[in-house]
Design a protein around this ligand. Structure first.
Ligand SMILES: NC(=O)c1ccc[n+]([C@@H]2O[C@H](COP(=O)([O-])OP(=O)(O)OC[C@H]3O[C@@H](n4cnc5c(N)ncnc54)[C@H](OP(=O)(O)O)[C@@H]3O)[C@@H](O)[C@H]2O)c1
Length: 305
């Protein structure tokens, strides 16, 4: 099959190649998915899981991409819950070959049915940003109606999902980002916007929840804003700063069929808008995944037109 692989950790994203790669075969409880569309997170080449199996063995050349929308073409031994020919979307295992390929083998439980009225491009844009937002807000952050949220990177892939889900849940959303992102963040539902390059985070006052996608000094300043009993959640790695009287939680997004169902239902009924930037074919994927200009939204690769 055709796939986008990386060969050498030191080469970074510049080491991406479109090449031929052995077809995957579905293991116990897996499905084999014919990939129609694939999503990619720009930091993937830096993740240890891109380079090793769970047992710590080198698994390069590795196929990139962890979000998929496609059609089930084979079932592994004992696989239940999904059937041949079914449209699906979801999250591929971090330690296995990914979704920037014509086929991917994924555990059935990591996928959800993709309704017929939701396009494959949209389906592939949702798993990581949607599940990360859902889990950060409701699982780890325990957000409730009436609470205040500081949503960093509010115009980004995760941030636009965070902003919309939090607003729907009845929170007061203070989005942040670069100055040029103000209109986009407000358009996706932020009540207020803080320009991190020109405004002072100190002026925000106390908040119940911080959703951090930036880390470093922004995370440190934000921890000080969490009111007693509140929470800082971060997806940038181990938290470096803790609220004085609250929780600090870093997490890695997990596959969850029920949450994927909730997310895609919101897309169908208009409560959730996707934030898709570049859409390119597999043949054009390498330059699309290495843009020379600032990315705007999620890059989705259409493996099948
Ligand atoms: N742990 C997990 O499970 C998990 C899951 C999903 C994502 N992540 C991580 O979360 C981060 C965000 O992901 P994403 O897909 O939402 O990325 P994204 O689409 O690039 O969004 C991030 C947004 O934050 C902005 N931003 C970053 N640093 C900033 C700064 N210092 N000041 C102002 N704005 C800043 C970015 O602007 P610029 O583009 O101009 O920098 C962008 O608008 C990435 O590091 C990703 O690896 C982790």
């Amino acid at each position: 099959m055709k796939a986008i692989v990386v060969l050498d950790q030191n080469a970074g994203t510049a080491g991406m190649r479109l090449t031929t790669h052995p077809d995957p075969s579905p293991a116990i409880n897996d499905v084999l998915v014919a990939v129609h569309a694939s999503g990619y997170v720009p930091t993937e080449v830096d993740w240890p899981s891109t380079w090793t199996t769970r047992a710590g063995k080198d698994r390069s050349p590795s196929v990139l991409g962890h979000e998929v929308a496609g059609v089930v073409t084979a079932l592994g031994y004992g696989t239940t819950g999904l059937s041949l020919g079914q449209r699906v979307f979801g999250l591929a295992d971090w330690h296995r070959d990914g979704t920037l390929a014509q086929y991917v083998a994924i555990e059935s439980r990591n996928l959800a049915p993709l309704p017929g009225d939701v396009d494959f491009t949209v389906g592939a844009s949702l798993p990581i940003s949607g599940l990360t937002a859902w889990q950060g807000l409701f699982v780890h952050g325990r957000l409730e109606a009436g609470q205040s949220l500081l949503a960093h990177g509010a115009a980004g892939a995760v941030g636009t999902m965070v902003t919309q889900l939090a607003r729907e849940a009845g929170a007061h959303v203070i989005g942040t980002g670069r100055g040029g992102d103000r209109d986009k963040a407000l358009d996706y539902g932020a009540h207020e916007f803080v320009d991190l390059e020109n405004d002072s985070l100190h002026d925000v006052g106390d908040v119940d929840l911080v959703f951090d996608v930036i880390g470093g000094d922004i995370q440190r300043q934000s921890a000080a804003l969490v009111r007693a009993g509140g929470t800082l959640v971060s997806v940038t790695g181990p938290v470096e700063a803790r609220p004085s009287d609250g929780l600090a939680i870093d997490f890695v997004v997990e596959a969850d069929r029920a949450q994927l169902n909730e997310i895609v239902q919101r897309v169908r009924d208009g409560r959730l808008r996707t934030n898709i930037g570049i859409v390119a074919s597999l043949d054009d994927a390498v330059p699309a995944l290495n843009p020379t200009e600032r990315r705007q939204g999620k890059t989705v690769i259409r493996v099948l037109p």
